[in-house]
Design a protein around this ligand. Structure first.
Ligand code: AHR
Length: 504
């Protein structure tokens, strides 16, 4: 059932005699909004790590071949590249995902590339896109690379060789990279140890957390001996799995991975927001577990490991997040059409990341092109789905320090607030999840700077951008400066607004 909020309409809320005597349209002019928004600049919620604005690409269906890469011309598709660049991803995760369990990086470098069957997702992998092409793509879109290693059909030595290939300077695999035309090390910082290793249906063998722990130590040792400066993302899962991983691996675990896919019930678009709220609960539970089970830094680490222990708190790597609806097309139904309702959901997710900023070290939206993606392609054209727009807007405008914000009387609204690095600009992110009613909101009177509203909206929550009408964009963007001294703002039905004010 759509969220209802008729009570947000202005009316007799002041209860004054004058108000009671006035005809309804005039009352609307005088009565202040019932809903209020208070920003607590003195209640910091942590730094918003820029790495939360990442993307993920996998050897899956048309994500890479037919997505970012054009097989016939053996080149990146310029139309898609421009759209990915527009998303300004800070981080790019590759090559999987589940495919990691059968992926061998050595197939994807140098002049001779074997064609392999993609045993996980179907079809063949020409390996025309491999490590060097991925690095080039990450560079072109301005993202830091994040590689996930194979812990199932691969070996610890193979993973350490990959670290050497990427980050080494003068040894065997580093010279192979140089021979392949890349003289400078890539300096890959982020390395994922496996992917969803607890999943019993997958092609892995580590569903018993004790097996994962044993193997992860071995991988970490060999990889860190190649480059002690790398940071490791360990596979997370449910509470019991996470407890064992954190207890045993915390000296070398920089991030614990958490995958969050929201969905809605058929015919019930508002249920998406319930699903997304459960994601916030999951983030909070896992963050609390990390806090309870791991020291902020690890002292007394034996020098015989020959690499340093963790010196920063363990943080969450939400290295797959998104909205996974049934009924999509393509491989495993993963080519999902996203409506405007889904875009509202994306903004709610991003608000959650801001509210829980202190616990989250990185996040990568799953995925980027064609697969659960903001960008869709056919052979000749590409479109930005509705969800592209909140991803872009938040990345462009939100601040880097999260602060608390309190809403009262505004159940349909979801909010987060952030302050820019220089402390000068406040950005208040507001999502009106109500599909029908606008929500007038009394703004915090403490904020005296003039507000500018950046609003995204669409004609209805069902509106979508599709390849059938590539020239039509259902998403509207409006920027307007509110009158000086404005004390209220009306969040239009099903809107996303970033309200910005100068603080000094
Ligand atoms: O993003 C699609 C798939 O979802 C990934 O390969 C896997 O890690 C997850 O289950």
């Amino acid at each position: 059932m759509p969220l209802q909020s008729r009570r947000y309409f202005l009316g007799l809320s002041t209860g004054t005699l004058a108000s009671a005597l006035l005809p309804a349209p005039v009352k609307r002019l005088f009565a202040p909004p019932a809903a209020t928004c208070t920003v607590h600049l003195d209640q910091p919620l942590g730094d918003i790590n820029p790495a939360i604005y990442g993307q993920f690409i996998e050897h899956l269906g048309r994500a890479i071949y037919g997505g970012i890469y054009d097989e016939p011309t053996r080149s990146f598709r310029p139309d898609v590249l421009a759209k990915v660049q527009g998303l300004r991803p800070t981080l790019l995760r590759y090559p999987g995902g589940t495919v990691t369990k059968i992926y061998h990086w050595k197939d994807g470098v140098g002049p001779n590339r074997p064609v392999r069957k993609n045993l996980i997702w179907g079809g063949n992998d020409s390996n025309h896109v491999g490590t060097d092409e991925f690095m080039r793509y990450a560079e072109l879109v301005g993202a830091a690379p994040f590689l996930t290693v194979n812990m199932s059909t691969g070996t610890a030595e193979e993973a350490a060789d990959w670290v050497e290939y990427c980050n080494g300077t003068d040894t065997y695999y580093a010279t192979q990279r140089q021979a392949n035309g890349h003289p400078q090390p890539y300096r890959v910082q982020y390395w994922g140890l496996g992917n969803e290793e607890a999943a019993k249906e997958d092609a892995g063998t580590l569903q018993d957390p004790r097996d994962y722990i044993k193997k992860a130590w071995y991988y970490a040792k060999l990889m860190k001996l190649q480059d002690p400066s790398i940071t490791l993302i360990m596979a997370g899962d449910q509470e019991d799995w996470n407890r064992q991983i954190l207890q045993e691996l915390h000296p070398i675990c920089d991030y614990l991975s958490l995958h969050l896919y929201a969905s809605s019930k058929p015919g019930d678009p508002a249920s998406l927001f319930t699903s997304i709220a459960e994601m916030e609960a999951s983030i909070r539970r896992t963050a609390a577990q990390i806090k309870a089970l791991t020291p902020v830094r690890v002292e007394n680490f034996s020098k015989w490991y020959r690499f340093p222990s963790r010196q920063q708190p363990v943080r969450l790597a939400i290295d797959e997040w998104g909205i996974w609806e049934n009924g999509g097309r393509g491989a495993y139904g993963l080519e999902v059409t996203y409506t405007w309702n889904h875009a509202l959901g994306v903004a709610c997710f991003l608000n959650i990341f801001q509210r829980n900023a202190a616990a989250i070290g990185l996040a990568t939206w799953a995925q980027t092109v064609n697969v659960l993606a903001p960008i869709m392609t056919d052979d000749t054209t590409s479109v930005c789905q509705t969800i592209y727009y909140p991803l872009e807007l938040y990345r462009r405008l939100c601040g880097t320090r999260s602060v608390a914000v309190a809403l009262a009387g505004a159940e349909a609204l979801d909010a987060a607030a952030s302050v820019s690095a220089d402390g000068q600009t406040l950005t208040l992110a507001l999502v009106n999840r109500d599909s029908r009613a606008a929500v007038p909101l009394r703004l915090d009177p403490k904020i005296v700077g003039r507000w500018t509203a950046h609003e995204l909206n669409a004609p209805s929550i069902d509106a979508a951008n599709t390849l059938q009408a590539p020239a039509t964009n259902v998403v509207s963007y409006q920027q307007r400066t509110l009158p000086a001294g404005a004390s209220s703002y009306t969040c239009a039905a099903h809107s996303i607004t970033l309200l910005q004010a100068r603080l000094r």
